[in-house]
Design a protein around this ligand. Sequence first.
Ligand code: 5AD
Ligand code: FES
Length: 350
Amino acid sequence: MSNDFKNLVDGIRKSKNISKEELYRIFSCNEEEKEYLFSVARSVSDNIFHKEIYLRGLIEFTNYCRNDCYYCGIRCSNKNVERYRLSKEEILECCNIGEKLGFKTFVLQGGEDFSYSDDDMCDIISEIRKNHKECAITLSIGERTRESYKRFFDAGANRYLLRHETANSEHYNKLHPDNLSLENRKRCLYDLKEIGYQVGCGIMVGSPFQTIDNIYEDIEFMKELKPHMIGIGPFISHKDTPFKDEEDGSVDRTLLILSILRIIFPRVLLPATTALGTKDPLGREKGILAGANVLMPNLSPGDVRKKYMLYDGKICTGEEAAECIRCLQTRVEKIGYHVAFVRGDHPDFI
Ligand code: 5AD
Ligand code: FES
């Protein structure tokens, strides 16, 4: 391998910075160079997380959504979705099952469903907090007001996932209808950080109209936001959306971006996503070997899993939570890592 490429990667590692030209160069790297990049990302990750993989139990509690994002399978215009909502009792039951399985983090994810009022959410959050004092509660329920975010935080939520999707507003407008704006998305993310959440942003790799320049802008935005978590996975088309004929994002490019993010943000929590595992049966393992350190298995009740289809072909919709954990544990150990049954906070929050 050329010394040039090694120097380039080592430069990114030392400066925690990447230029646009360097990003282009990485996207055109050959197999040997790719392996080198992944090994550097891995060593950065192993130094900090010691080959421990953190688990998050994902509870997809509603697939109702008021929004109509062009990429998403549960957009409100999709009339082929069988909609569901979990009751507070059902959500609490998922957490009880999760705790028995060893989860220390619950992620409540849903469409933007305002039939769960702020009061309802606070009630659910405080009840989980009461029953599971040591666990982290993560929310992923989209855009709300700063006041709502503050109330959820005070009720006991610790973390919030809200992918920014793209940091370029023209691109943002090609992925979303007019009532949604990048400006408000960013406002939400900064509010969440100021309130005191551990915050996750992120993108879909290969979303329609995405350019390499856009990805560069995403990295610049992340440097400004300083998120604690970054969720990225390939875009996968869904048959009932305006993007049904668009090409899927590539696993290779997702892995390259994961490794770049690990090198630039050594301590960030970086999941190997379900979308990555959907595009490639070994996608999540490859993600870990490119620097990811988090897995988010599904804790949703079996009968609703197939209804939470953000994209076609989503994996792990037939398995029970216990099976998923066993499966993931085996997979993780096979590549020399191990699952840690801990909260897995960002190092700044320990
Ligand atoms: N392909 C991949 N990821 C998707 N998401 C939504 N739709 C798709 C899709 N078709 C991602 C978005 C969202 C997260 C919850 O799931 O980035 O923020
Ligand atoms: Fe769910 Fe493998 S992770 S079955």
